[in-house]
Design a protein around this ligand. Sequence first.
Ligand SMILES: *Cc1c(COP(=O)(O)O)cnc(C)c1O
Length: 372
Amino acid sequence: MDRERILLTPGPLTTTLRTKLAMLRDWGSWDGDFNVVTARVRKSLLKVIHGEDSHVVVPLQGSGTFSVEAAVATLVPRDGHVLVLDNGAYCKRAAKLTGLMGRECTVLAFDESQPVDAKALDAQLAADAGITHVVLVHCETGAGVLNPLQEVAQVCERRGKGLIVDAMSSFGALPIDAREVRFDALVAASGKCLEGVPGMGFVFLRKAIVEGCAGNSQSLAMDLHDQHVYMERTGQWRFTPPTHVVVALAEAIAQFEEEGGQPARLARYTGNYRTLIDGMSRLGFMPFLDPRVQAPIIVTFHAPGDARYDFKTFYGFAREHGFILYPGKLTQVETFRVGCIGAIGRHEIEQAVHAVELALQDMGIASGEPAI
Ligand SMILES: *Cc1c(COP(=O)(O)O)cnc(C)c1O
């Protein structure tokens, strides 16, 4: 049966037909019409975080990681020193790219089932005066933990450190207000909670630091300062823009605004999350995280304890029933993940739970109960 499957992954996500249809046209990158779309997208993005007065937004070609890498390359001087608050896979990725770009990098490690701790950050900054920048992942998509952005931002401000936030999987869904939270850079992408298609990231830069970033980047393509200056001057992207991705994002943002913006998106995802937890619990599954630290973005479940379980087979059966699941990303325990984000509502989540139930039956497994 050739029906489009529903993606329960942290990106790419299921998008609306309207967003997909926006891509059925070719655009010239020098064309005035396309520049209008880019300008409109940038303006709406700033509005999402109330950053019109304090920040600029710089779009960049590529997946979200490209923009994280660009933010570090652009903000951190070559002799700078980055502290990464690490409670999962995306934090580790940020630390790795920081080191590869030749910046000194220190990792402050936390348990992957817990949020990072602003007090521990404060102590680390007190102990090592050489640290210039802190990297925080807002929602650690690895396990699904929500990290304390406001507390971390306050510590960084008090200690005079730059803060780079990877808000890839939270932006658009969880509240982020630039008038209340101080950050130097915040990174997100087209294909996550805005429900566009993947292919571009964007970085909010605090206006006060933009000029000072000139010449930091050791990479031409990743230089957000250069991209910003060029875009302000010409209205165009420096190099070939992902035109179809940009127009799809513009259409996705229009629907985001019609739905009621961030609060409405959070409400829908929270409904998805509750429906998922209720349904999966009925099947015996156990979430990995304490609900108090869980963001309503992606849920990690323990693998069933039944000896017949293996993820690939489970994935294959769930796929046959119309739903794409996601593997776990934890180092210690066997898990799998189910996303709550995308152009889906609780009816689709109920159907997804039913697909999981059928997949268990296909495997001869009576319950999703874990071994622990
Ligand atoms: C999705 C995501 C990224 C970007 O990953 P890509 O594979 O480059 O799109 C980065 N950080 C977090 C927290 C994410 O969820």
